[in-house]
Design a protein around this ligand. Structure first.
Ligand code: PMP
Length: 363
């Protein structure tokens, strides 16, 4: 294979980016048109970068309908640092933070919040090996909680919230790392949304935070400066040097999503791609989906074969056939096809053909 031929990249993250975005970045890499330098070589305080940042924010605001009373921040430290920043900024002393435990990343968020204050795990599907999302009736929310935290898509277990929980007036906080902008989102239902960029938004090293303005008042002035949402918002994410290249790619991804027809169109594409794969998984019983049907993720499709031996063989042969990154997360095993926004439909169709052939020869 020529070294520049692209494989079908099913990686959970960092994940596939849209080819038009990569091509644009390639054209701009040595010199941004009219600037004579690459985006990595210009000051983050320059007019050029200020415009790129403003453009990225405006494009997201437009695309996702982010209301004016929400701030859009580009931070660093990944979604993992948000596990710390969320409770540090939003958890008021003497109160509780509610967390719903739906998988590995939710557990990590809970562990970090416990280092900061009092946590109430308001619901958990651990007993079901996280193969589903809890129902509203299963949640035991704390009246007057500082916030309630969910993981909107569970990257490792392959489940997603189809409808967000009703938490009354308590601010709802979502780790949307693995499903952000996979479809329309009513931002006004949330107090704060965060996401590492490396699945649906851009390269790793930039973390998107969308936060309701009134919540910024909760950031204590004695917080470490870099960990204060208030400081980050007051400085428009330029308190220190941001990931300038990451913000630039993020802006290109927003333009690409717009060119597809916006988030409703993106949702239709994602539903179609996921349906192709789930219907193959369900076709004969050779493949077995690990998530319960009503909780199945459109982004991370987890499945098993009759034996671990066959799973290994499947992954090896799939890689050789140009379907890369299908091995499940090391903590759960099995197989996982991550099909984020930028994953092409022909790759899904190709995998379905591969699965049929594999079943015919190994089933
Ligand atoms: N939350 C979720 C849902 C994730 O999928 C991931 C990464 N796969 C993380 C948090 C951690 O993200 P990061 O590596 O950006 O800290």
């Amino acid at each position: 294979m020529p070294t520049t031929t692209r494989v079908f990249n099913f990686s959970a993250g960092p994940a596939v980016l849209p080819v038009p975005v990569l091509e644009q970045a390639q054209r701009d890499l040595v010199a941004l048109p009219g600037v004579g330098m690459s985006v990595m070589e210009i000051s983050h305080r320059s007019k050029v970068f200020e415009d790129l940042l403003a453009g990225a924010i405006a494009a997201l605001r437009d695309l996702a309908g982010v209301p004016p009373n929400y701030r859009i921040l580009f931070l660093q430290g990944g979604a993992s640092l948000q596990f710390t920043m969320v409770p540090m900024n939003l958890l008021k002393t003497g109160t509780t933070a509610d967390y719903v435990d739906t998988g590995t990343w939710a557990v990590k968020a809970i562990e970090e919040a416990r280092r900061v204050g009092t946590v109430n795990v308001t619901g958990s599907t651990k007993a079901d090996r996280y193969n589903r999302i809890p129902t509203q009736a299963e949640l035991h929310l704390t009246p007057g909680a500082s916030f309630a935290h969910i993981t909107s898509n569970n990257t490792i277990e392959g489940t997603e919230w189809k409808a967000f929980p009703d938490v009354g007036t308590v601010p709802l906080v979502a780790d949307a790392s693995s499903d952000i902008l996979s479809g329309p989102i009513d931002v006004s239902r949330f107090g704060l949304i965060y996401a590492g960029a490396q699945k649906n938004l851009g390269p790793s090293g930039v973390t998107l935070v969308i936060v309701r303005e009134d919540l910024l008042e909760r950031s204590d002035k004695n917080l470490p400066t870099m960990l204060s949402y208030k400081v980050q918002a007051e400085n428009n994410s330029l308190y220190n040097t941001p990931n300038t290249f990451g913000v630039y790619i993020f802006g290109l991804v927003m333009q690409w999503l717009k060119s597809l027809g916006g988030l409703a169109a993106v949702a239709r594409l994602n539903q179609h791609k996921a349906a192709l794969l789930y219907s193959e998984i369900d076709r004969t019983g050779f493949y077995r989906g690990t998530a319960q049907a009503e909780s199945r993720s459109l982004m991370n499709i987890t499945f098993r074969l009759p034996s671990e031996e066959l799973e290994k063989t499947f992954d090896r042969q799939a890689s050789a056939a140009g379907f890369d990154g299908l091995k499940g997360h090391r903590s759960v095993g099995g197989l996982r096809a991550s099909i984020y926004n930028a994953f092409p439909e022909e790759g899904v169709a190709g995998l379905v053909d591969f699965m049929r052939e594999f079943e015919r020869t190994h089933g």
